[in-house]
Unconditional design. Sequence first.
Lengths: 314, 155
Amino acid sequence: VNRFLIVVAAMVATTVVSLSQAPAQGGRGRGTTPPPAGARQGGRSGAPQAAQAAPAAEPTPRLPDGTVNLGRTSVDVDGHWSLQYIQNMADRVVGRAAAPRGARGAATGLRGGAASEPWIPFLPWSAAVYNYHSKNESKYDPEGYCLPPGGPRLFATPYPMVVLQQPELKRIYMNFEGGAHVWREIFMDGRPHPAKDKLQGATWLGHSVGRWEGDTLVVDISNFNEGTWLDYFGHPHTDQLHVVERFTRPTKASLVYEALIDDPGAYSAPWSITWTTPWNDGAIDEYICQENNQYLNTLKDDFGRFIIDRGDGK
Amino acid sequence: MHMRRKHLFLVSLLVCVAIAVPAFAQFGHPLKGSWSGEWRQNAEIEHRILLDFNWEGKYGINPEGGTLTGTLNPGPNAAAMKNLRLTPPSGGVANADAPWELHFEADTRDADGNAVKVVVDGFLENIGAYKRFITGTWQEGNKRGPFRVVANYGL
């Protein structure tokens, strides 16, 4: 009996440890589970390094003028933010606990569409579109063929991200590896968004202006195009999307991200999401999504036809 | 030489279009944008049609959450759509790839310049992003026939 109890105790302990180490639903540690079908293909030398142990809590780093430093802190030690793979923003809505791992994951086949997320203020059309993406398991995900993530999805696409502050030029740059090598320029000089008639077309990442509220960087973004989804699960947005992001770095090793999604074109009210991104002392690795991307060549529409004309009549 | 240049130009144009096309896909409201096609009056007569739709959302404005507007044949003979409705399928995820019902009317003029009313009932399908299309019945005055339009973006 004693031996039986020992075996049971060992099994329970193993289960508890493995569960405690599993990333939250939608999260993907660097170099762990591959993206689900429909998630981006291609890529070559971007095999990320195994996650390194987070350093012990250190205080918020600051620039010489006292401003919070959101980037690297030492000439000698590389570092970057290890963005998580968050598949479903609905699980990160402010005030809601993350869903249990696998509860609505693509791999489980249990995606319930808009009805399973009553706290998301869908409009009738956006609910129907979300249901459609749920049914076909996001096969049309634009990030699946290496188009850039737009809006908050930049911070939900895995692989490293770095922040470069240039207070003397009143600019902050954010470089994203997993965002297919894209960067954002955040204007910190107090300028407003340009008038609609001054814009030269809507853009993938929008127009960003920022300001400091105490130790929080607040970034206001508008002028998105409609070429992206909010997340892998396919929450849609329109070109009326307006995002207000708030970045705080309570310790050296953590970046708290919060975003208000304000899109009257797709939702009946604004909603907010939040998560924390860990710091990783290590070099930023190269990730190339675009190379040899074959996904579009295999994608079929609702009638079984290839969406690219292959010249064979199929 | 001239033909060769022309071929080279056409091939270059096709390559450019093939490369650029994914950038034109739009994932917002599935009806928004420009659509083109034809309606068939009979076996011999087809009429080219161009439709343009826009969606403007506004918090709390109505149960749909915004205003859908449309123009029939944008240009000198443009006509604003009336009674425009797009109804998504009900039934949740299980029925999510069912057609969306479309209805609109417009007061326009026929080829002879006579005032004529257009009444259209159709179905929007394949909404994923590429190769979206609408099919249905086109009634123009006392003429009636099937129509098909495709979204002017995507692959």
